[in-house]
Design a protein around this ligand. Sequence first.
Ligand SMILES: *Cc1c(COP(=O)(O)O)cnc(C)c1O
Length: 421
Amino acid sequence: MHHFHYKGQDLYCEQVPISEVAQEVGTPFYLYSHATLKQHYTAFDSAFKDIRHLTCFSVKSNSNLAILRLFASQGSGMDIVSGGELYRALKAGVEPEKIVYSGVGKRSEDLEYALESGILMFNVESTQEIQRLNEVAGSLGKKARIAIRVNPDVDPGTHPYIATGMRENKFGIDISEALEHYMAAAGMKNLLVSGVSCHIGSQLTELSPFVDALRRVKELIRKLNGAGIRIDYLDLGGGLGITYRDEAPPHPKEYANAIKPELTGSQLTLILEPGRVIVGNAGILVTTVLYTKTTSQKTFIIVDAAMNDLMRPSLYNSYHEIQPVKIAGNAKVMADIVGPICESGDFFAKGRQIQASGQGDLLAIMSAGAYGFSMSSTYNSRPRVCEVMAIGDKFYTIRARETYEDLVRGENIPDFLRKIS
Ligand SMILES: *Cc1c(COP(=O)(O)O)cnc(C)c1O
């Protein structure tokens, strides 16, 4: 369920006509529905309400402060993967004791920052990281709570770039070798070993890989308990998929119902790190048609948004619905919808049946709330677009469009280049 729908000919977000937002802020822009964000968070979190759990929203999927703030106000924790994401989470008002820190390449200064902030737990991914964390914690006179991120070797059945829990991936420690790493970590003075974590991939549309991974992790926890290592947290990561086109992913309730029976009688706190399933269908990217052209091969609809604004089609060849902001009843055409960037990979759709559009028409690229703005760049020196949140019949800019000055901030021409000889 989301709150993007037509009233008559016009596409609305909640009670806001999208054309009105375009008029006010210009295009392109991201537009999020407050009601959808809140509803998706609540549906997910409440599916686990009868067991001990902590939902930690995955900041990398959408890191806008206003959106983090909204989830924090609903009691959400956060899953972070960098010092910058920690800064955002804290700035948004997230309680540090609800923050878990994942990622294969944490720098010493980021570890320090997180220790000083008092986060809940570090999901550590290598022997060297475990040693580094022990040293950094020691130098600060602190103890770091850790979970080892294990690689359960499960095929999530998703795009190879977002599969993370197979043996060939860079993530985690091979589950079959985890026990020795736990034993080593348990002997380190400045570490408090108390969790097991895994995250097997993203955009999963089946439950069985989650259940397989969970069973393997439970088996490990039994072994750890047997070896005298007490585990309090089981972090199952994120990864639940959404409908972009015709996928039929499980509802969070079905996801919870598959997981909960596996945990009956346990004293573990379950940690969940959903990203896409909460924000994916709560946001769209709105763009204007600049030109159309028909070559001997194809029709192109050239829009003012580009791969730097929404990278998923170029990066993963992923599908996004594209809808007219105004239905005109025109005939349909088969077209490639492309951006202005000087790369043939700069497309949003290829060979798409779409309402014939002309210059100035607005198009909505749907399901762009996750890994949309957060993956954007300024490639081709295109200022990052603005982000807007609609609530009821009102809307607010939650990130200003960048200016040309923003583009060159921090750049410097050294003196030796200033002298024109
Ligand atoms: C990316 C990521 C997530 C979120 O994944 P989604 O598919 O967006 O739910 C959760 N945990 C970790 C460790 C991640 O890297």
